[in-house]
Design a protein around this ligand. Structure first.
Ligand code: PEP
Ligand code: MG
Length: 556
């Protein structure tokens, strides 16, 4: 009999197929004592396994490209961490086998990470994945990860490690469902980048029987277990309708009555540009430059390297608009040479613009690399700072941009509630605002964006979040300046209409979402979007806000 489970839809589309669970078994090697004369050989095996796993992760990264590549390369670096390796060798020297030493060394590193603050929730999953890969290699057993199957399937997992999501074969993996993760977790961002329907934070996902048929609706977050013939038909025809609407909608983003809302792409580097161009992005609304810095977390990339990478992205959008965000290090994206390692709460510590103001040389080098990259190109370059809290922050950033001789618009991201509340004062220093709704939700609700248990607060339909969006958009309107959204909220087609109704002037999202947002926006007038926005703000919960907006837009 059909049952319905509800999680958080994070990547559009419908997938119907059999459940296959991710191979997540933690391989615990037996603790046995080896003779002292075997220690050298075991240490050699451990080193070889680590090198092989790191090389495999790098190769997967090369294949995947874009944001996924940076994540996988960061994992490869974790595998090769010299302190971890030294610990493994020490354990072998006192009698452990190579596999047991790796297992125990990672366990103690894991404890250290887990106790050290919030951004580590996501990194612990990455670390476990690296450990499982090394141990599996040493034991000569299959790698944990995506199951082998001849037939396409719906992949179910507790959480997905970047190494797996990066190489999901969309022709074999119809969709995925995870028990953990929130709408702004790495898994969700990667799923959207791949264009695979996905539902996260689904309680009970782990208990779905292997081989059970499920229908996953990545737009609504519903998962139908053993769907009836009627449900299948309804979902399939809704999906077909959506596909037809997508194919029919092209050109710049606009409402039905011609109110223009440029649709831009979020990119992590040149690897993401082809998909953005193919989706018809009118430019880039968020270039997350930190992925370039994460490649070698121990120092900043050279100015020449930065210039070359920035230029590649800028050249892809001649006459278009490219909004580059300066380095956003810290919290879930720590960088060894910038991020303090002893912060009790890194998301509330020295991150984003705060790190750069503490390291003006890094900011200066990045801004001059950007100036050099844009030199002679007709592109409209805009540069913005993450985590701006107040006017003093905005002024410091604008001054740094002017000093670097940058010919671009300077802007501030609105990710902290104080910036939304005092948007007009910030706009005295900068020319545009861009709402980072992922962090804005995190800080408004005091809810870590990486923790599945608090994902309900990360729902961008929360009326409190919509109120802050409205404040920022109204302030920008009053100052005659622009205010875009580049957080994940922009990728929800219905919410995109509401954001437009709130006065947001552009929407930036993962390339795969652009056609969905374009098609939905084109069906509604600006006045309808405004009515939907008022209805959503009048609600008391995210669910009610969504339902109220839906009712207005479907003319109920
Ligand atoms: C945001 O916080 O909404 C945002 C766009 O930045 P990031 O997701 O990279 O923190
Ligand atoms: Mg952010």
């Amino acid at each position: 009999m059909e049952t319905t489970l509800r999680g958080v839809g994070v990547s559009h589309g419908v997938a119907i197929g059999e459940v296959r669970h991710m191979g997540t078994a933690v391989l615990e090697p037996p603790a046995k004592q080896i003779p002292a004369e075997d220690a050298g050989r075991e240490q050699g095996r451990a080193r070889q396994a680590v090198e092989a796993v790191a090389a495999d992760l790098m190769a997967r990264g090369n294949l995947a490209g874009g944001e996924a590549q940076a994540v996988l390369e960061a994992q490869a670096m974790m595998a090769q961490d010299p302190e971890l390796m030294a610990d493994v060798e020490r354990r072998i020297a006192v009698g452990s086998t190579a596999e047991r030493a790796v297992y125990d060394a990672f366990a103690s590193y894991r404890e250290l990470l887990a106790g050290a603050g919030e951004y580590l929730a996501g990194r612990v999953a990455d670390l476990d994945d690296v450990r499982n890969r090394i141990v599996a290699r040493l034991l000569g057993v299959p790698m944990p990860g995506v199951p082998d199957s001849e037939r396409p399937f719906v992949l179910v997992a507790r959480d997905l490690a970047p190494a797996d999501t990066a190489l999901l074969d969309p022709s074999l993996v119809l969709g995925f469902v995870t028990e953990e993760g929130g709408p702004t977790s790495h898994s969700a961002i990667l799923a959207r980048a791949l264009g695979v329907p996905a539902v996260v934070a689904l309680p009970g996902a782990g208990e779905l029987g292997e081989g059970t048929v499920v229908a996953v609706d990545g737009s609504t977050g519903e998962v139908f277990v053993e769907p009836s013939e009627e449900s299948r038909e309804r979902l399939e025809s809704a999906a077909a309708e959506r596909r037809a609407a997508l194919a029919a909608s092209t050109g710049p983003g606009a409402t039905a009555d011609g109110h223009k809302v440029p649709l831009l792409a979020n990119v992590g580097g040149p690897g993401d540009v082809p998909a953005a161009v193919e989706a018809g992005a009118e430019g880039v609304g968020l270039f997350r430059t930190e992925f370039l810095f994460l490649e070698d977390g121990s120092r900043a990339p050279s100015e020449e390297k930065q210039t070359a990478v920035y230029r590649e992205v800028l050249e892809a959008f001649p006459e278009g608009r490219v909004v580059v965000r300066v380095l956003d290090a810290g919290a879930d994206k720590p960088l060894g040479f910038l991020t303090p390692s002893d912060e009790p709460n890194p998301a509330l510590g020295v991150r984003g613009l705060r790190s750069l103001l503490d390291h003006p040389d890094v900011l200066r080098a990045q801004l001059s690399a950007l100036a050099a990259a844009a030199d002679g190109l007709p592109v409209y370059l805009e540069v913005m700072a993450p985590m701006v809290a107040d006017r003093a922050d905005a002024r410091a950033f604008a001054e740094a941009c002017r000093e670097a001789g940058l010919r671009a618009k300077f802007g501030a991201m609105v990710e902290i509630p104080s910036a939304a509340l005092r948007a007009r004062s910030i706009l005295q220093e900068v020319e545009f605002l861009s709402l980072g709704t992922n962090d804005l939700a995190q800080y408004t609700f005091a809810a870590d964006r990486q923790v599945g248990a608090v994902s309900r607060y990360q729902d961008p339909w929360q009326p409190a979040l919509l109120d802050l969006v409205a404040l920022a958009a109204e302030a920008a309107g009053a100052e005659g300046k622009s205010c875009g959204v580049c957080g994940e909220a922009a990728s929800d087609p219905l919410l995109a209409c509401v954001l437009t109704g709130l006065g947001v002037t552009s929407l930036s999202m993962g390339a795969a979402s652009i056609p969905y947002v374009r098609a939905t926006l084109a069906k509604h007038t600006l006045a309808q979007c405004e009515r939907a926005a008022s209805a959503a703000r009048a609600a008391d919960s995210a669910e009610e806000a969504r339902a109220a907006a839906q009712a207005v837009l479907s003319g109920e």
